[in-house]
Ligand binder design. Structure first.
Ligand code: MCA
Ligand code: AMP
Length: 521
């Protein structure tokens, strides 16, 4: 029989003995703070777990959540794990058509949204068969906490095996709509323990948490490691570079996407002295430019540790924190690389027929290991396509492993733009664009951007006799899609470049528009 493996139980077991100590210091934009003790975090999640239990849901029932970042939202995540239900986080930028898709696909039993969104979210949710819709504001308002307050502040975590589903994380597809990556308690716990050990988590560590908590980076990578390390978190609901730089002297670890590092470098207060107390800066979710890596080294004296992962797999590789015996005791963090496969992760560079390639050759990155998900929600065919016959997951990233064992990501076989750490799928934007009046066809490509790393540019062919205004096309997209997905520029062209097979040559478009943002500071 599988042993009990509730992820919450493992996180809870790591709480410090002094439960009255501060677990989270939440820092508001005006600088005011609110302290949450470990006991409060435990009790808040217990109350919500008891409320969820009162619904009498089957294990595996989904709890979909689209709320602003708050410590109470974190308690809701912990409560869902605790109750043995499945957490489904949703980006707060998603609009109604996007939410409608997720709720119809996942059929959550419970939905939690902001008080302001209740009327439209609840309409969609009840149509999708949801039993209960609660609200949660970022100021402790809403029906979730009101109802939870009537429940006990103690709760026994639901027993569940390592294979029990803990979360569904939607990640868009290169064709068609988003796919829900199903992550188990075992997947998440394996990765959390690995990261805590590999990154040398120490007693007394203080993590600056300034990322959103509806994606893998902010929700799993940052929070699990901090909780397992019994570390205090300095909690920012929204990233503000000046406020984060001001908090560095009270912290030891920071995690961010490259855009956060770029913006912090724009702060004159970022100095060696300001960063003197810090132990570790970690970057991921998007490529860290070598210029940023070097500028950070020069300004702060710290070498950013870059790592690589995916929603389907959580973290896969990391530059070393200290000497890695598996790779000859190497401990150098090398800019432009994502480091070594993490302990417990098998990574290979494969050729066209999935055969492993020798060191130095470029090929598809394929992985397997305890953190790799079992499949996509209700998409067995998609799942089968993404795994090789011998059980390796195809990441869709293209890379190379050098003779010393460092993994380099050199491109992607999937048509994906990573903008400020968020993924934007050109196919989705094109399908909306192509429906707009006056549009015959379109192509969306990613081009370099000094702040977001990469942004989308829409290249549109008008219908014969039409002359749609680019600004109006973008405004029409904005009415339907999350704001970060909106291309930052739109051009009209008479035709798209195609190869002899009729496929749009996006590389030519990227070359043509690649310099659009190069002069922006
Ligand atoms: C905001 N905007 C963006 C982005 N963010 N545009 C493109 N890409 C973005 N990422 C747009 C808004 O639509 C808005 O446009 C304008 O920029 C300003 O918006 P605002 O909300 O003020 O921006 P911000 O608050 O300054 O946000 C920027 C940000 C944020 C802090 C960099 O994007 C962010 O938190 N990124 C982190 C994402 C993340 O956590 N990714 C991890 C995924 P307008 O005014 O026209 O509306 S997990 C993952 O990738 C894997 C598993 C991994 O390896 O970790
Ligand atoms: P997601 O769909 O949010 O899971 O995004 C996963 C993708 O982000 C990966 O497949 C990579 O393409 C990309 N990614 C994550 N970390 C890095 C990194 N350090 N360098 C380059 N790409 C990264």
């Amino acid at each position: 029989m599988d042993r009990p493996h509730n992820l919450f139980a493992a996180l809870r077991a790591a709480f410090p003995a002094d439960l009255d100590a501060t677990a989270i210091e939440s820092i508001a934009p005006d600088g005011s703070t609110r302290h949450y003790s470990w006991a409060e975090l435990d009790q808040a999640s217990a109350r919500i777990a008891n409320l969820l239990d009162a619904h009498g849901l089957e294990p595996g029932a989904r709890v979909a959540v689209q709320v602003e970042k708050s410590v109470e939202a974190l308690a809701l995540y912990l409560a869902t794990l605790r109750a043995g239900l499945v957490f489904l986080p949703l980006n707060t930028a998603y609009r109604s058509s996007e939410i409608e898709y997720f709720l119809q696909d996942a059929e959550p039993a419970v939905v939690v949204c902001t008080p302001a969104a209740f009327s439209w979210v609840s309409r969609i949710a009840f149509q999708a068969g949801t039993q209960a819709v609660y609200t949660l504001g970022d100021d402790q308002s809403g029906s979730l906490l009101e109802r939870a307050a009537h429940h006990a502040g103690t709760h026994t975590p639901a027993p569940c095996g390592a294979d029990a589903l803990a979360a569904i994380v939607y990640t868009s597809g290169t064709t068609g709509r988003s796919k829900g990556a199903m992550l188990t308690h075992g997947n998440l716990l394996a990765n959390a323990v690995t990261l805590k050990d590999y990154w040398g988590w120490q007693q007394g560590d203080v993590l600056i948490h300034a990322l959103p908590i509806f994606h893998v980076h902010g929700l799993f990578v940052a929070i699990h490691a901090a909780l397992l390390g019994a570390s205090k978190m300095l909690w920012f609901a929204k990233f503000d570079p000046a406020a984060v730089v001001a908090a560095l002297p009270r912290a030891t670890v920071f995690m961010g996407v490259p855009t956060l590092y770029v913006r912090m470098l724009g702060e004159a207060a970022l100095t060696r002295a300001a960063a003197a107390n810090m132990r570790l800066f970690i970057s991921g979710s998007a490529p860290l430019l070598i210029e940023t890596f070097r500028a950070w080294q020069e300004r702060t004296g710290h070498t950013i540790l870059e790592r690589y992962g995916m929603s389907e797999t959580t973290m896969l590789t990391s530059n070393p924190y200290g000497p890695d015996a598996r790779f000859g005791g190497q401990d150098e963090r090398r800019g432009g690389t994502v480091g070594f496969p993490l302990p417990g992760v098998d990574l290979r560079i494969a050729g066209a027929t999935d055969q492993p390639l020798p060191a130095g050759e470029i090929g598809s990155i394929q992985v397997r290991g305890a953190s790799v998900f079992g499949g996509y929600w209700r998409m067995p065919e998609k799942t089968a396509q993404e795994f090789t016959a011998d059980g390796w997951f195809r990441t869709g990233d293209v890379g190379q492993m050098d003779a010393r064992g460092y993994v380099h990501i050199v491109g992607r076989s999937k048509d994906l733009i990573i903008s400020g750490g968020y993924n934007v799928y050109p196919a989705e934007i094109e399908s909306f664009l192509n429906e707009l009046p006056g549009v015959a066809e379109s192509a969306v490509v990613g081009v370099p951007h000094p702040d977001f790393g990469e942004v989308g540019v829409a290249v549109v062919v008008p219908r014969a006799g039409s002359r749609p205004q680019p600004a109006e096309l973008l405004a029409a997209l904005k009415a339907q899609l999350a704001n970060f997905k909106i291309p930052k520029h739109c051009v009209l062209v008479s035709e798209l470049p195609r190869n002899t097979m009729g496929k749009v040559q996006k590389n030519l478009l990227r070359d043509a528009y690649g310099g659009l943002f190069s002069t922006i500071k």
